[in-house]
Design a binder for this molecule. Structure first.
Ligand SMILES: Cc1cc2nc3c(=O)[nH]c(=O)nc-3n(C[C@H](O)[C@H](O)[C@H](O)COP(=O)(O)OP(=O)(O)OC[C@H]3O[C@@H](n4cnc5c(N)ncnc54)[C@H](O)[C@@H]3O)c2cc1C
Length: 450
């Protein structure tokens, strides 16, 4: 008999989503351990979009993911009013890039997949309508470099807040969690199925036993496995993405707070988002392989900031001097690389990998030969050894659905647990939590400095 049924490592959207889902099924003995504070990893550093991912439609293999994300978009819009809200986007048709007919076809598929998802359908904008929707756009850029624009809808969220609300909801349903504690050892039990786990916190080191472990530590998944003496089976590419938040004062053209977001094209043809967010303006993101070190304390590089400033100055009526920047932050995408031709074989562990796991072969050190934007954003669940699961990659948008699937399979394995209710408002206690703990509804930039 073990102390716990499921021990979850990591308090990002996936760890907390799983805690919430299992608690909603009334599984007893589920505990989550977070090394810093909830959502202090990638889950507070996203572009804050709850979206299907229009551009993923270019790859037929990713259509099921887009469909699932659009279903979740509709569900989260309904369940988490105030935390997830509709957001109109201006999509300019830049000359020399994807032609208007292709964008129109993509939007038609996007709208059709979304069905009656609670958001208006996309449409073509007239010249004046473009600037009515996005007054901050530079007229000469749009008039000379585009052949028009479309308007379509997605949604945006308070990413860090959703994690904290889901954690409180899980607690009300019987799940438990602790912060500022790290899972430092996971060892298989000798005489029964399960694991002995060591947790290091401010009050010292304690031991627990658990039937299953779910490693939901995102970019740290493989480093944790290596430190626990377990060979990862999935290699990852860590891809840094940075954002700038501009103060409202940065925008020189009168721009109402409820203006549309826009997809801007940078000098290299790459697209970045410009989004009204929490009373300010968010610009991002970038893509660069993270060199061999831990993503802890990640900051945007000077090169990334310059790249985003270039995109802003090229497309927007905006002041970009430091006094107009509210904040900059960086996050890291964990991209599981599944190579059917050369599967990553479990390797004999070397001591130097334990000292610097991010420089080990479990992490790709370059994106050579890979088309990063074509890599799937699907969630990959791997069982490195019986009863020890890791959640790799994925999108914030689909976290609830992925956690629901994983919780269902864990319940089958454990032989306990009922139906998930995270798809109903009852499991969220939004009003109750809002009244009891209004402070957790305030999106906090401070978590990002960790
Ligand atoms: C730049 C960027 C933009 C993005 N934009 C979007 C977007 O707009 N929409 C969208 O849907 N998705 C987006 N994503 C993807 C999304 O943010 C991630 O998929 C998601 O946040 C990953 O969450 P996670 O729970 O897997 O990992 P994390 O949020 O990183 O959580 C892992 C946690 O594990 C903890 N941990 C590590 N080791 C231990 C240990 N030994 N013990 C205890 N705790 C430990 C860490 O402290 C961390 O808090 C974006 C990602 C990036 C990088």
């Amino acid at each position: 008999m073990t102390d716990l049924e499921v021990l979850i490592v990591g308090g990002g959207c996936h760890g907390v989503g799983l805690l919430h889902d299992l608690a909603s099924r009334r599984v007893d003995g589920v505990h989550l351990v977070e090394e810093k504070t909830l959502s202090s990893g990638t889950s507070s550093r996203s572009t804050k979009l709850v979206h299907g991912g229009l551009r993923y439609l270019e790859h037929l293999s990713q259509w099921p993911l887009v469909r699932e994300a659009l279903n979740e978009r509709a569900l989260l819009l309904r369940l988490l009013k105030g935390l997830v809200q509709p957001l109109p986007f201006v999509l300019p048709v830049f000359k020399g890039d994807r032609p208007a007919w292709m964008l129109r076809a993509g939007l038609f598929v996007y709208d059709s997949m979304a069905g009656d998802g609670g958001l208006p359908r996309s449409r073509k904008l007239t010249g004046d309508e473009i600037f009515d929707a996005a007054p901050y756009l530079k007229r000469e850029r749009i008039n000379e470099q585009t052949t028009g624009a479309f308007l379509y809808y997605d949604a945006q969220m308070l990413d860090d807040v959703i994690v904290r609300v889901a954690a409180e909801a899980a607690k009300k349903l019987g799940g438990t969690y602790e912060e500022n504690a790290s899972v430092v050892e996971v060892t298989p039990l000798q005489n029964e199925q399960g694991f002995k786990v060591k947790i290091k916190s401010l009050s010292g080191v304690r031991e627990l036993t658990t039937r299953t472990v779910v490693n939901a530590s995102g970019a740290w998944n493989n480093s944790n496995l290596l430190r626990w003496g377990i060979s990862p089976k999935i290699r990852c590419l860590l891809n840094q993405g940075s954002h700038i938040i501009f103060k409202t004062s940065a925008i020189t053209e009168a721009t109402p707070k409820d203006s549309a977001a826009c997809l801007l094209q940078n000098k290299d043809g790459r697209v970045v988002f410009f989004i009204p967010w929490n009373g300010q303006w968010l610009l991002g993101t970038t893509e660069s392989v993270l060199p061999a070190h831990s993503p802890r304390g990640l900051k945007p590089t000077a090169e990334e900031i310059n790249y985003l400033i270039d995109a802003a100055e090229l497309n927007l009526n905006i002041k970009t001097t430091p006094e107009h920047l509210a904040e900059t932050f960086a996050g890291v995408r964990t991209m599981p690389i599944i190579d059917k031709h050369q599967p990553f074989k479990s390797q004999e562990l070397k001591s130097e990998w334990i000292d610097n796991p991010f420089a080990s072969p479990a992490y790709l050190q370059s994106s050579e030969g890979l088309n990063i934007s074509a890599l799937s954003r699907e969630t990959v669940i791997d069982e490195a050894m019986p009863g020890l699961f890791s959640i790799y990659g994925g999108k914030y948008t689909t976290y609830r659905a992925e956690c629901e699937k994983l919780a269902a399979s864990l319940c089958r394995r454990l032989g306990r647990g009922g139906q998930s209710t995270t798809c109903t408002a009852d499991a969220w206690f939004i009003q109750e939590i809002l009244q009891q703990m209004p402070e957790i509804f305030v999106s906090s930039a401070s978590t990002r400095s960790i």
